[in-house]
Write a protein that binds this ligand. Structure first.
Ligand code: HEM
Length: 389
């Protein structure tokens, strides 16, 4: 990438991408880091959904699991344990929100909240305290969510192997004892991975990988939902939208996974261009979510657009097709629960908010400050609380 392009990309990555799309006449844009992005919505969805382009294993798990079947089993087992843990998450999050200071710095405060909600689901309370402490330090110290500063990332690099060693020891211990009904994500991975298929260290690495894959997008999507809703509403009255619509619209407006790549298993001709096998073709959820041919006012943040019967365009914040996110539904629930806990009986306002993202391992919000003021119950709340309507 040329220096000028790099500067423009850093200033506003999404505007830079939009600009590349505007200049393309073929529905394809060459990406500065290599490979191509398919911007035509139909072609893009074909690429994600067609079994022709999604052969073999998903890149999500890297080389950690030997077969596609094993990948699916692990994804489902983790999803099931999180789904069963929703009531626990709700209670833990409500507790954490009650302890949130009136002024908090985001997105870090969101990472803290999400971790508080997930802590017992990642490693249940009977796990040795030292391992849980390491996990907590990792969650907040740049292992779960990529830290912005080099020194923080260096510290995370020291923490990561310590946590991997502690988790490996825990895997050995649980395997010796035998795993019954999964109590946490580690049990879920163990239940889907027989020892012949995954060594103790591999299970620990899978747990670490899932820890990041769950924490980072939940934390970023919660922060985007909060920021965008606050920027588009006066803090003097409660939000007029259900949390579910805010979350959906934030996932559309600022999807954390802004680019999804596929390595072509065979040669293909797209938009008049021949691509050899092995070429990297990507689809951008962001561009599809902002395509004027499929969305009305795509650049406007409008949670209300989800209130009516669907006139929706392509919506793929969790991907699509055979490799779509295993945790999509539960992720949506967890973010909505978090937003509900934050906005319940409170006025929310932000300062320092910017809708341009900082690109880390995805599209994450730049730092902003949340001001949360508890509001006295209104007549409506009292009628609602006592069951009166
Ligand atoms: C807001 C939160 C989340 C977002 C935005 C998100 C997004 C994504 C995306 C874009 C993919 C890749 C799809 C592709 O390559 O086509 C993916 C894969 C995956 N996600 Fe999520 N995810 C989230 C939360 C979760 C949670 C809570 C879980 C826990 C179960 C999870 C488990 C997975 C798994 C297992 C895969 C790999 C699926 C496969 O290849 O079989 N994700 N996610």
């Amino acid at each position: 990438m040329k220096v000028g392009d790099r500067r423009r990309f850093r200033r506003d990555p999404l505007a830079y991408l939009e600009d590349l799309r505007r200049r393309s006449t073929t529905g394809l844009i060459p990406l500065p880091g290599g490979g191509w992005c398919v911007t035509d919505a139909e072609l893009a969805q074909t690429l994600l959904r067609s079994p022709d382009y999604n052969t073999g294993r998903s890149g999500f798990f890297g080389e950690l699991l030997p077969t596609r079947r094993a990948q699916i089993d692990v994804g489902h087992a983790v999803r099931d344990v999180l789904r069963a843990g929703v009531p626990h998450y709700r209670a833990a999050l409500t507790e954490a929100v009650a302890a949130l200071p009136a002024t908090s710095r985001w997105p870090d405060a969101g990472t803290l909240l999400v971790h508080h909600g997930l802590e017992d689901l990642l490693l249940h309370p009977e796990t040795p305290a030292a391992t849980r402490t390491l996990m907590r330090r990792a969650a907040l110290g740049g292992v779960a969510v990529r830290a912005p500063h080099v020194w923080q990332r260096a510290r995370a690099e020291v923490l990561r192997p310590k946590l991997a060693t502690a988790l490996t020891e825990q895997v050995r211990h649980r395997r010796e004892r035998g795993v019954g009904e999964p109590r946490d994500v580690l049990d879920a991975v163990l239940s889907a991975c027989p020892p012949a298929e995954a060594a103790d260290r591999t299970v620990a690495d899978l747990h670490l990988m899932l820890f990041r894959a769950v924490m980072a997008p939940l934390s970023a999507s919660l922060a985007w939902s909060l920021l965008l809703a606050c920027l588009h509403h006066e803090p003097t009255s409660p939000w007029p939208w259900p949390a579910d619509h805010v979350v959906r619209e934030a996932l559309r407006h600022r999807p954390m996974a802004w680019m999804l790549g596929r390595v072509l298993p065979h040669a293909v001709k797209i938009g008049g261009t021949e691509f050899p096998p092995g070429e990297l073709l990507s689809v951008s959820p962001y561009l599809l979510h902002h395509d004027v041919r499929h969305w009305k006012d795509p650049d406007a943040f409008q949670p209300d657009r989800w209130a009516g019967p669907g006139l929706y365009g392509p919506f793929i914040p969790f991907g699509a097709g055979p490799f779509t996110c295993a945790g999509a539904a539960v992720a949506h629930t967890l973010i909505s629960e978090s937003l509900t806990a934050l906005s319940h009986d409170a006025r929310l306002a932000v300062t320092g908010g910017d809708t341009r993202p900082a690109m880390a391992e995805g599209n994450v919000p730049r730092p902003f400050t949340l001001h949360r003021t508890l509001r006295p119950p209104t007549g409506h709340d009292i009628a609602h609380d006592t069951g009166g309507r």
